[in-house]
Design a protein around this ligand. Structure first.
Ligand SMILES: *[C@@H]1O[C@H](CO)[C@@H](O)[C@H](O)[C@H]1NC(C)=O
Length: 796
């Protein structure tokens, strides 16, 4: 919006400048490899090692005092040479005779007193200003520089025929620096200054304005004067000076820089220019001195369209504010800019005003500005940026009688709206309202003009945009950047919204619903918010992927995770979470299915592969191994003859002889068997006891038959000997055939107890399981055990 604030002024400046620039623009397009910058390098001579292909050479701000042919003659392609701010005193222009393409030569700010008379015919820009020439350094030969566009000159005296040699050239700009100028006696003849579109005269900053020579210029479009020091006594000198310059019909633009003047003289200058064809008057850096009194001003018909006064210093302390403001407020022009001044107020024009554009940026205006003012009926743009406004309600009230107001800028004040139930009143015509950089809160939405199209609220203190705001149906652009919003707005009541700016807020979880709600959005900017990269954000990121990326300003670079710490700084674009961890139903289903598959697998393993049996066997095997290892050998070195005694029923003898015994003997395990080792003559029980006591372990092959026929021998034995006490592992029980618990006679307490402990090894029917079964049996034996022989035993 700012771009369009002063279209007319800008375009005019543009026209004035463009003619100056156009001639020199070509050089700047030279490739950067041919640009040599030796500026501010402390050089006292032109360096000898310059690349011969140099096109643009910058030697400004050095201490170079001499320039010779040999310094630059080999730079045959040279087009631009900058030598400003050096110490040249004399220059022989003929040294450039080998630089046939030289177009731009800046020799300003040296100490040149003389230059030789030669023409560089290719030159377009020649700057000789700010030097020590006593008369204008122009000789006949300069008339041959037909390409010349811009000429900068300096002189202490001006003489009528000085400029004659170049009078026929079509220049676009002349800079005439007269800082050393002083008036010679009788020096009142006019100086003919040629055809130029812009003329810039620079005077000495400390000298009072005293140019006596009349300078006349045909075709002049822009006049610029710098350093103009005026008092009441020399005011007429400036006015006489301007009289000649403003004679032509084309002078449309006057700019004064660094003006020090009395108020009286300033008003006289205004009054002088009022009937002239000048359209724009700009005064930059104005100092008002001595006193400010009431001055009459006749607002005759004028061509002036715009007056701009920027940066005012007031050295007058006691004066009537009204006197000052009246002259400005009553001006019958379209555009007035008064900015960066200590002015505290502006008066309401007394009669219907011509102002269309008022820019009062950076003054000290308060809420009383234009209250009850009904004469600004044509006002379209009002800028009150950076003043001391406080109450939004009063700002609304101010616009009440401005029926043409389209754009109001009150940014950079301290505006608040307290939200009391006074109804805000606004000019209905306002389409653009700039409320940025104030201290407004959420209540501001209750105090807005009804037909707003563009609203700038950035840098305020808004925490949320109320859902049911009324009267913003026409709003197309909303800027709420740099506030404290936690959410993106919904567009239910912002039905026309097409541009939204919400950068630098506190939006952590923008809802994806935004894009459905705000159908007309063609640009949203939401970068630099503290995004929480969690599941909720996924939808938003996805919805950004769906709308075209041109809609989302700053994507992807300004959109970064702020939380959790593990993702801090990650671009939202690169933030991915699996759909699983974000979808509860999916998660439960997955866990359920996995659990089910696992259960089925385990069940199948149990049913088809007898998993529990394997587990039990492996478990037993491990335990047995462990125990066998941990028993110290010397404890076993009792008088043992056998590793194992096997007890079994006759019915099971086939299994014992064909399976068990061969398997054990293969491992060198010595066995005590009924038939082989029983001592004849002793009772069965005596034999058994003898056998058990000479064996390291006792193996019982259990089966229903065994219980019926054999167990009776042992039950009694167990009752009296403590050999198989609790926890002893001298006993190995093999369950050949299942024994139903109820088939064990009740008197066999020990057997019942052993069976209940389930410490027996079951003989598996499946062949595949036999290997593990045998491994378990073998693990019970420690083969390091040394046995004594039977004979020895008999002897002892
Ligand atoms: C509002 O004013 C600020 C300066 O105070 C400017 O940067 C911004 O662009 C303006 N907004 C509009 C919409 O003109």
């Amino acid at each position: 919006m700012t771009k369009d604030k002063e279209p007319m002024v800008r375009s005019f400046h543009f026209v004035c400048l463009i003619t100056l620039i156009v001639g020199t623009i070509i050089q700047f397009s030279a490739g950067s490899e041919f640009v040599v910058n030796k500026s501010n390098k402390g050089l006292t001579h032109v360096p000898k090692d310059l690349p011969p292909k140099t096109i643009d050479l910058d030697l400004s701000q050095n201490y170079i005092s001499e320039l010779h042919l040999s310094d630059i003659s080999f730079l045959s392609g040279l087009r631009v040479l900058r030598l400003s701010h050096n110490r040249l005193q004399y220059l022989n222009i003929s040294i450039f005779k080998f630089n046939q393409d030289l177009e731009y030569l800046d020799l300003s700010h040296n100490q040149l007193q003389k230059i030789s008379c030669h023409a560089i015919t290719s030159l377009k820009h020649l700057d000789l200003s700010f030097n020590d020439f006593s008369a204008l350094p122009i000789c006949e030969e300069f008339g041959n520089m037909t390409q010349l566009n811009f000429l900068g000159l300096s002189a202490k005296h001006l003489q009528p025929l000085d400029l004659l040699p170049i009078a026929h050239l079509h220049l676009s700009g002349i800079l005439l620096e007269l800082e050393g100028y002083y008036v010679k006696e009788h020096e009142t003849e006019s100086l003919q200054i040629l055809n130029t579109k812009t003329l810039h005269l620079v005077f000495h900053p400390n000298n009072f304005f005293s140019v006596q020579t009349n300078i006349s210029v045909s075709n002049l479009g822009c006049l610029q004067l710098s350093n103009v020091k005026l008092r009441d006594w020399n005011c007429h000198i400036l006015i006489t000076f301007l009289l000649e310059l403003t004679r032509g019909p084309n002078l449309l633009n006057i700019t004064l820089n660094n003006v020090e003047t009395t108020w009286k003289c300033l008003v006289r200058v205004f009054q002088f220019l009022w009937p002239k064809p000048v359209e724009f008057l700009n005064i930059y850096n104005l100092t008002v001195v001595e006193n400010i009194g009431k001055e009459d001003f006749t607002y005759s018909e004028t061509s002036l369209k715009g007056l701009k006064v920027e940066h005012v210093t007031n050295r007058v302390f006691l004066f009537s504010q009204t006197v000052l403001y009246t002259v400005l407020a009553e001006m019958n022009i379209m555009m007035l800019t008064i900015s960066d001044t200590p002015f505290i107020h502006m008066l309401c024009p007394q009669a219907t005003s011509t102002f269309k554009f008022l820019n009062f940026t950076q003054n000290v205006f308060t809420d009383s500005i234009f209250q009850e003012c009904s004469t600004l009926v044509r006002l379209e743009t009002l800028i009150l940026q950076k003043n001391k406004l406080k109450d939004l309600f009063k700002v609304g009230l101010m616009t009440k009688d401005m029926p043409s107001l389209k754009m109001l800028d009150v940014s950079g004040n301290s505006l608040e709206y307290d939200g009391r139930d006074r109804n805000c009143t606004w000019a209905e015509s306002i389409g653009v309202l700039n409320l940025s950089s104030n201290i407004l809160t959420d209540t501001v939405f209750r105090c807005l003009p009804p037909r707003l199209k563009v609203l700038d609220l950035h840098s305020n203190r808004i925490t949320s945009i109320p859902e049911n705001v009324l009267g913003l149906e026409a709003l197309q652009e909303l800027n709420v950047a740099a506030n404290s919003l936690a959410h993106l707005p919904e567009c239910d009541s912002l039905s026309s919204l097409s541009v939204l700016v919400t950068d630098y807020n506190s939006i952590s979880n923008p809802s994806a619903h935004f894009f459905q709600s705000c159908q007309k959005i063609r640009s949203i900017s939401a970068g630099n918010n503290p995004f929480q990269c969690t599941c909720e954000l996924r939808e938003f990121i996805q919805s950004i992927g769906q709308v075209s990326s041109e809609v989302v300003e700053g994507w992807p670079d300004s959109y970064k995770c702020d939380y959790p710490d593990s993702h801090k700084g990650t671009l939202l674009k690169d933030f991915h979470v699996s759909p699983l961890s974000c979808n509860i139903v999916l998660l439960i289903v997955t866990i359920g299915v996995t659990g089910l598959v696992l259960a089925v697998t385990v069940t199948a393993l149990c049913i088809y592969f007898d998993l529990p049996w394997y587990l039990r066997m492996v478990c037993q095997w491990t335990q047995t191994r462990h125990r066998a290892r941990n028993i110290p050998l010397h404890e076993l070195q009792r008088t043992l003859q056998f590793h194992a005694f096997i007890s079994y029923s006759e019915h099971d003898s086939a299994w014992v002889k064909n399976e068990l015994v061969p398997c054990l003997e293969k491992e060198d395990i010595r066995i005590c068997l009924h038939e082989r080792n029983f001592v004849p003559g002793k009772s069965i029980v005596e034999n058994i006891i003898n056998c058990i006591e000479k064996s390291y372990k006792s193996i019982f092959v259990l089966s229903p038959n065994f219980v019926q026929s054999e167990w009776c021998h042992y039950e009694l034995y167990f009752a009296h000997h403590n050999l198989f006490h609790e926890g002893s592992d001298n006993l190995i029980l093999i369950l050949l055939d299942p024994i139903p618990q109820n088939s064990i006679p009740s008197k066999y307490h020990k057997l019942k107890a052993l069976m209940a402990q389930r410490t027996y090894l079951e003989w598996p029917k499946e062949k595949s399981k036999h290997g593990l079964f045998w491994a378990n049996i073998r693990a019970a034996f420690n083969v390091k055990l040394t046995l004594i022989t039977e004979n020895k035993d008999v002897k002892t």
